[in-house]
Design a protein around this ligand. Sequence first.
Ligand SMILES: [Zn+2]
Length: 252
Amino acid sequence: MKHKFQFSYKRQKLLTFTLVGSSLLVCLMSQAREFPSIKLPQKEYRLTGTSLQSVKEIVPYYDSCNTVYDDSLYQGEIVVTQEGTAGKQETTALITYLNGHAVSEEIIDSRVITPAIAREVHVGTKERPDFLIPVDDYVITSYVGPRWGRTHNGIDLAVNVGTPVKSSTAGTVIQSGWNGGYGISVYVDCGDGMVIRYGHLSETSVEVGQTVAQGDLLGLSGNTGNSTGPHLHFEMRVNDEVVDPLEYVKLQ
Ligand SMILES: [Zn+2]
C-alpha cells in the first residue's frame, strides 16, 4: 500500500508538473502569438481596404467634325454648313477606393440620351482666278464700247440695289465716296498699273488707303450718279487705258 501510495504520489506530482508545464508553455506560446496578432487587423486593412462604387453621371460628348471638299468654293474659303452641338450621355463608372482614396475609375456602361450633331464644314478646292466678277446674280446689260455717241468704259451688271460688291482682286483703295457721274464709287489700285472702278453704289464700306483682299466687301450696289437703273458699273484701266473686264474675269 505504502509503495503504491508513494508511486501514486509520484505519478500525481509528475502529472501536476506536466499539466502546469504544458499550460505555461501554451500560455507562453499564445502570448508569443499575441504580439503579431495585435497588428494583424491593420495589415489586413491595408491589404483589403478597397471598396467599389458605381456612379452615374450625365456628361457632354462631341462628334468629330465632317469636312466636305467643295469645288463650288474657292481655295481658302471655308463655309460652316452645320454647327456642331454637344450630345448628352449617361455614363456609369466603377470607382475603386483604397483607404478612402479613389485609385481607379472604369466606365462600365454609357448610354446616349441626346445624340451629338457633328459640325460640318465645306472647304473650297476651286482654283481662285486672278479676277472675280464683283457681284452675284447679275445680268450684263452693257459692254465696253461706243454707246449713245460716247464710249462706255466698263461693263454694266444689273443687280438689285443693296447687292454686296466684292473686290475683284486684291489692292489698295484710292477713292471711296461721291465721284461725279460715277455716283458713289470705289477705285482700287491693284498694282502693275491696273485700277478697277466700281460705280453707282448706294454706299461704300472701305476707306482710302485701306488694303483689300480679293472678295472683300467694298460696298453695296445702287443707282447713284449717271445711272438709268440699279446696276454696278465695273471698269478696268491699265495705265489709265480702258481695258475690257471680260478679258480678265471668268464669267460665272
Ligand atoms: Zn456703266
